[in-house]
Design a protein around this ligand. Sequence first.
Ligand code: HEC
Ligand code: HEC
Ligand code: HEC
Ligand code: HEC
Ligand code: HEC
Length: 184
Amino acid sequence: MNLQTGAIISLVLTVGGGILLYNPRQYAWIGNQTGYSPRQPIEFSHKVHAKDNAIPCEYCHAGARKSPVAGVPADAVCMNCHSQVLKASPEVRKIADAVKRNRPVEWIRIHKVPDFVRFNHSAHVTKGVACQTCHGPVETMARVEQTRHMSMGWCVQCHRQYTKNPPKGMKNVQAQVECSTCHY
Ligand code: HEC
Ligand code: HEC
Ligand code: HEC
Ligand code: HEC
Ligand code: HEC
């Protein structure tokens, strides 16, 4: 292969790869779309836990204030209560089973930004941005549903708006809009 053919082939590959990379449908299957609400391996209800029984979000999503990732609770966290509560329920027995067999429950991920985006829960939660601002009224959901399309426009618009005109009680907001804030 001569140099020119090589150059043409690599150009085609780059452009082709670029189209694949930017195809919005690529995000659809990893879940970034409003209304995405997959059935989970256990019928876990946020309404029952976060609303009816008033368990705080951060009891289960302990990473949200401290780290970039909110995290989904380990099965052992469920067992803090369910070693006593509703032991006979078939759904609850799935948790006990997972623990016994040392095979963690495989929750299906719902919200996901692409790998080239940097997101950080802690930066938002410690500043006072409520979970519901980005995730909707999760405490009313029997099954979690994505309520916002997490596009770049959505992120940037809020960063601009909150910096210019922060909501009541939120002070000194400096949410950046430089590319490197959100991109590696
Ligand atoms: C008793 C534990 C528990 C509590 C309390 C709880 N969650 Fe969850 N949360 C889970 C589990 C387990 C999952 C994964 C299964 C699912 O999606 O339902 C989850 C999933 C989620 C997801 C989707 C994660 C993804 O894959 O994108 C969001 C968002 C979320 N929770 C927000 C909240 C908010 C907001 C609150 C408080 C209003 C809350 N959670 C309270 C256990 C809990
Ligand atoms: C702080 C205590 C607590 C924790 C932690 C907890 N639960 Fe629960 N869970 C409850 C209570 C209370 C109920 C409702 C009991 C009732 O309706 O009598 C419940 C109900 C349920 C039910 C409904 C069972 C049925 O048959 O109706 C399921 C399923 C369930 N929990 C799964 C989970 C999973 C999975 C986790 C971990 C991600 C978890 N729970 C963590 C307290 C807890
Ligand atoms: C500023 C918007 C925003 C706020 C506020 C926010 N989230 Fe998220 N959340 C996101 C985005 C964006 C993702 C996808 C992140 C990714 O793919 O890395 C996500 C993903 C998640 C996930 C699944 C992935 C993970 O990090 O574990 C859970 C669980 C979750 N959020 C829970 C919460 C809870 C609980 C709160 C409040 C304590 C909260 N979020 C506050 C935007 C937000
Ligand atoms: C509802 C408003 C809102 C939305 C939506 C939002 N952000 Fe933010 N973001 C903030 C605020 C407020 C801060 C904290 C600014 C400060 O510390 O003064 C912040 C901070 C950050 C930081 C931390 C920068 C640092 O200081 O390290 C990153 C990274 C970030 N946001 C990325 C994102 C991405 C990516 C999205 C979309 C997926 C997003 N944000 C959506 C309001 C928002
Ligand atoms: C506040 C966070 C944030 C900032 C600042 C930001 N981006 Fe993004 N960007 C995202 C998110 C989230 C996505 C993925 C979702 C999407 O594609 O809309 C993304 C996607 C992209 C994409 C993929 C193309 C596409 O639309 O799917 C490109 C290219 C990009 N950003 C370039 C930039 C450039 C250049 C800048 C600076 C001028 C910038 N971004 C600033 C959050 C941000």
